[in-house]
Ligand binder design. Structure first.
Ligand code: GCU
Length: 341
């Protein structure tokens, strides 16, 4: 990953110089539209962005040429959000967890046990009256969210300690995303939170700097964490979406017709990514179990949930403006409750 980083820094410098000197025009004077993300080229997010690239290049290719940079080539998610803010790049995919540090409104989707089911999660995220005010809350910071992407359910996994209850997390160093909500969640669950960027997790696991991490099943296979971690425990603590954000100045510079085509493209990304996601997770579970020999554990989620619930009250007390969004999510939870087997 270190090499990626060095390369990322070089590319960043190149992108910034290009933006400053030429407004990102290519030799044939089409405007290059750069999108960065931190997943591999097999990942549903990359597949969806590649379809977007084809779509925009076909529809607006005389004026715009989309380029997609995977695998943290343009830096970590935090770096990429900052680059999108300044317009050095035009779009990037960031976990909702990272966006919490740019606008507190994003905290809501980082709450553990916020959504009762995948259906409730998807309906809430598709409800623009609910997401709109959150997606627009960074306008002053220079960027806006244009669509969301599925990142499944986050669960704990460890090198050698099966997690059956929060008590098993005690004394373990668990990597979390760099968000205050995640750090507090780990504190409530009794583990020791070790925040770091996604690209550093594999090496940290391998060198025993951390005992485990938490993520969806794809992290086991696509990022190789399952080569090191042999226990994956379905405590289902979070459904944290990924968010595609765009630089405001770029989007404001589009004509009305171009903007409509870009909007169609954002919708395409959402549709393709979610379809691909379902297949990718099934595939990851199968590979993790049969090739990496990861043991899947199904603990009682009750004690995990109970430990985390104080976070809901403290977030609403600190940010009362989010109460109506929270209530709207609870209504989806009632409509689409957890499936009991
Ligand atoms: C998931 C998510 C990424 C995020 C990563 C992480 O893979 O899709 O956006 O960066 O988790 O844990 O950091």
């Amino acid at each position: 990953m270190k090499n990626f980083r060095k390369r990322g820094v070089l590319l960043l410098a190149a992108a910034a110089i290009c933006a400053a000197l030429s407004g990102c025009q290519s030799a044939d004077s089409t405007r290059i539209v750069r999108i960065g993300h931190n997943q591999s080229t097999n990942h549903p997010t990359h597949i969806a962005l590649t379809e977007f690239q084809t779509f925009i290049n076909e529809r607006l290719g005389d004026k715009y040429r989309v380029e997609v940079y995977p695998s943290e080539l343009l830096g970590s998610q935090t770096d990429m959000v900052q680059l999108t803010q300044t317009g050095a790049i035009d779009f990037c995919v960031a976990s909702n967890a990272i966006l919490e540090t740019f606008s507190k409104n994003y905290e809501i989707f980082n709450l553990p046990y916020l959504f009762a089911s995948t259906e409730a999660y998807h309906h809430a995220m598709d409800d623009e009256s609910l997401t709109g005010p959150i997606f627009d809350s960074t306008v002053k910071a220079g960027f806006t969210a244009v669509t969301w992407l599925d990142a499944g359910t986050r669960n704990f996994y460890t090198v050698d300690t099966p997690i059956n209850s929060p008590a098993d997390l005690r004394g373990l160093k668990i990597r979390v995303q760099q968000s205050p909500t995640n750090i507090e969640m780990m504190r409530l669950l009794g583990g020791s939170a070790t925040p770091m960027g996604f690209g550093d997790v594999y090496t940290a696991l391998q060198s025993h700097i951390i005992d485990g991490a938490e993520n969806n099943e794809m992290a086991l296979t696509d990022n190789g964490h399952g080569d090191v971690c042999k226990y994956y425990s379905y405590d289902m603590h979070q459904m944290v979406p990924d968010i595609l954000i765009g630089n405001n100045a770029f989007m404001e510079g589009l004509t009305e017709k171009e903007r409509a085509i870009f909007e169609e493209g954002f919708q395409l990304i959402n549709t393709v990514q979610r379809e691909e996601w379902v297949k990718a997770v099934e595939n990851a579970k199968d590979r993790a179990q049969n090739e990496q020999h990861v043991e899947f554990i199904y603990p009682d989620q009750g004690p995990f949930m109970e430990a985390c619930m104080p976070l809901h009250d403290s977030m609403l007390a600190e940010n009362p403006d989010l109460q109506s969004t929270y209530d709207a999510i609870q209504a989806y939870n009632e409509q689409y409750p957890a499936q009991t087997e």
